[in-house]
Design a protein around this ligand. Structure first.
Ligand code: NZQ
Ligand code: ZN
Length: 388
């Protein structure tokens, strides 16, 4: 293990089929006005909305409706939410949905009383809030991002031409999160497997950094193996509760700050994915799937030791009689076979990336000076071309 770190995660999780029974008791801890933020209406069709409103009623809350949070939430929508928070003096933002809705709720929380330009302050200059924030609670309906137990808030600003993430501190982590695997059973197959790949990507972004022998990497390998196992079951039978429950739990641990303890991270796949998302509005997990193999093949030689370890410890590749490079390549071939089997998008062309918008996508990629190799812009273009 290297470096110094503090580990503290304040989100209280309620997990399982009875988790919703705890919502009313949590709501009672906050003031009378709750803003109920949700997406395009799936919660009204699958009954989650009714269960949430029953808990709000039981806790005697005044509800401010805040529907219409879109996948890849926009800064414009965040500003609308901020206005509602100020107009109604909201005491708690209850986000019911996937990563988009929870990310949006954190963005509104930090921005509602911010007297500066919130986009510049948080998503460009990466500063911390120093004005009043509003507590956020979450009922998770779609698995993948880990937003239910972290400070991440990824917002798209089309006017500025960026999709950017801000990782807020523990004050903006959801105060509580309700995780009932049954609530995710109505997620369409395409979104579900996109979420599976998002989880894998979070694990790999943190795994492919550093070369030290680190306990955190062993935890990470265990999570990857559980995800691979359960995702193969769930992709064939989405109603398999055990598999979906394991995946839900894995997703939370994949991005709740544990896996960066004692090591750095890469996150370049996410930067390229965000740029594709900005230009095409494609589903987050699919943007990552389409660029991961070209990216990892590109940086493999810079982190060969870890790519070999990935092949052996995660995929069970036998190293005897093979060069490190052969073993590492076999690991990536296993990753490719798994991706094909669960059915993710393998080519960015399918998401709308083409020669005409390639430069626009490349311009929107934030190049991070971390991971095994700092890309040049030409390399970004090369990877994007290979991903098509
Ligand atoms: O809008 P509704 O009607 O709710 O439909 C959603 C949406 O269309 C649907 N859905 C969700 N739960 C459902 C359901 N449909 C039926 N039944 C249910 N139970 O699924 C669609 C996708 O939802 P969304 O919230 O957009 O998906 P996801 O959870 O993948 O979130 C993606 C966003 O999170 C960001 C991404 O960039 C993207 O903007 N991320 C956030 C992170 C974080 N906070 O740490 C990290 C991630 O890397 C990621 O960047
Ligand atoms: Zn992600």
């Amino acid at each position: 293990m290297q470096g110094n770190f503090t580990y503290h995660n304040p989100t209280k999780l309620y997990f399982g089929e009875d988790a919703m029974g705890h919502l009313a008791e949590e709501l009672k801890k906050y003031g009378p006005v709750v803003m109920l933020s949700y997406g395009g209406g799936s919660i009204k069709r699958n009954g989650i909305y009714d269960a949430v409103t029953a808990a709000l009623k039981e806790a005697d809350k005044t509800v401010v409706e805040d529907p219409g949070v879109m996948p890849n939430p926009t800064y414009e929508k965040v500003m609308e939410g901020c206005q509602k928070v100020r107009d109604h003096k909201v005491d708690l933002i209850l986000a019911v949905g996937g990563g988009s809705t929870i990310d949006y709720a954190k963005a509104v929380s930090a921005s509602a009383y911010c007297e500066e330009d919130a986009w510049q302050k948080y998503w460009v200059n990466q500063k911390s809030p120093d004005s009043k924030t509003v507590p956020v609670g979450a009922v998770l309906t779609m698995v993948g991002t880990g937003s239910e137990m972290n400070g991440g808030s990824v917002i798209t600003n089309r006017k500025e031409g960026f999709k950017r993430g801000k990782v807020f501190g523990t004050a903006l982590f959801p105060k509580f999160a309700i995780l009932n695997p049954r609530f995710t059973m109505t997620v369409p197959q395409y979104q579900m497997v996109a979420g599976f790949f998002d989880i894998m990507s979070h694990l790999m972004e943190q795994y492919f950094a550093g070369m030290a022998d680190c306990t955190t990497d062993y935890i990470n390998e265990g999570l990857m193996r559980s995800l691979i196992h359960a995702s193969l079951i769930a992709a064939k039978n989405p109603q398999d509760y055990e598999a979906r429950a394991n995946i839900m739990w894995t997703a939370t641990w994949a991005l709740n700050t544990l896996l960066k303890c004692g090591k750095g991270g890469d996150w370049e796949v996410h930067q390229i994915g965000h740029a594709i998302g900005l230009v095409t509005d494609a589903t987050h997990g699919m943007t990552l799937a389409s660029v991961s193999l070209p990216y990892y093949r590109h940086v493999m030689h810079d982190g060969l030791h870890q790519f070999k370890r990935f092949a052996v410890n995660v995929w069970g590749v036998r190293p005897e009689g093979k060069s490190d490079e052969q073993v590492a390549k076999e690991g990536l071939a296993c990753l490719e076979a798994w991706m094909t089997e669960i059915g993710v998008v393998m080519h960015s062309k399918e998401l709308g990336v083409c020669e005409e918008n390639l430069e626009q996508v490349a311009d929107a990629v934030l190049i991070l000076p971390v991971g095994y190799r700092t890309l040049t812009r030409d390399e970004v273009v090369e990877i994007l071309r290979e991903s098509m």
